[in-house]
Write a protein that binds this ligand. Structure first.
Ligand code: BTN
Length: 252
């Protein structure tokens, strides 16, 4: 069913909401709007993205009419160094919005993957545009299948619950959750977000993982988050590593 942006605008009358039938990437459009001074909370969404962007320049599969592909302009007192914490806060917000809309419980894989039963149902991308943060959130909502290369690792809320979900209701919940976790980070600082993420994620403590680091792979056991939101890994080589970036996957 086509996304009813008009209904969302009536529920969120204060917000600027730009909705496109098709777009290359909502990140690009939201960055343009932010550069032009669009207010905090501005949301750019699309029925489909022809060049959806994931982390590390990967593509984000954006099938038409089934997922939620949205970029939100956030203006707050956070700075570039807070982006890793903001990514964690957005994961918590996305997980909360999914739970409120669908009753599905999510796991969070550091730094930005939202999982259900070990498969990815949503991803977060953050970037700066001047002093604004652009929060890109992609949620697999009503997909009934995925291309073969994603089939093993991706899922949708529909596949996990056996029913269709309202993308409009999910967006309304997401807007509220993003506001509340972003305000929490701004007002309370990092500790609240670090504690909540550590509770919500099965990956933060005591998890055997492999971390892809370009040409090499680090293996070890996770040992918490540091104050900046980076993952601490007790390496199998006896060294402790702070993981700044890199795909984390479970290993034996
Ligand atoms: C990831 O897990 O790699 C991050 C995926 C982020 C995808 C979203 S969909 C809306 C926004 N527009 C994009 O092009 N990317 C983000």
């Amino acid at each position: 069913m086509q996304f009813d942006a008009g209904w969302v605008r009536t529920v969120l009358p204060e917000r600027r909401i730009e909705w496109f039938p098709t777009i290359d990437s909502t990140m690009r459009e939201a960055s343009l709007l932010a550069a032009a001074g669009s207010p905090s909370g501005t949301m750019v969404g699309a029925e489909e993205q022809t060049a959806g962007v994931g982390r590390y320049g990967r593509a984000w599969h954006s099938e038409c009419g089934t997922g939620l592909y949205v970029s939100i302009v956030l203006r707050n007192r956070l700075v570039a160094g807070d982006l890793p914490l903001m990514t964690l806060a957005l994961g918590l917000a996305t997980s909360e919005a999914i739970a409120k809309t669908t009753d599905l419980a999510c796991d969070l894989r550091w730094p930005n993957d939202v999982l259900i039963q070990s498969k990815k149902c949503a991803g977060i991308l953050t970037q700066l545009e001047g002093s604004a943060i652009i929060a890109g959130i992609g949620i697999n909502v009503n997909q009934s299948s995925f291309p073969e290369k994603l089939d093993e690792i991706a899922t949708s809320l529909r596949l996990m619950s056996g029913r269709l979900h309202s993308r409009e209701q999910l967006l309304v919940e997401l807007a509220a959750s993003v506001d509340s976790f972003s305000a929490l980070l701004e007002k309370e600082g990092s500790e609240a977000i670090l504690a909540m993420f550590s509770r919500a994620s099965s990956f933060v403590y005591g998890r055997r993982v492999a971390v892809d680091q370009g040409d090499s792979v680090l293996r070890g056991t996770t040992a918490g988050l540091n104050a900046s939101g980076f993952l601490i890994l007790d390496g199998d080589d006896g060294r402790q590593n702070v993981i700044l970036a890199g795909g984390v996957r479970p290993c034996s």
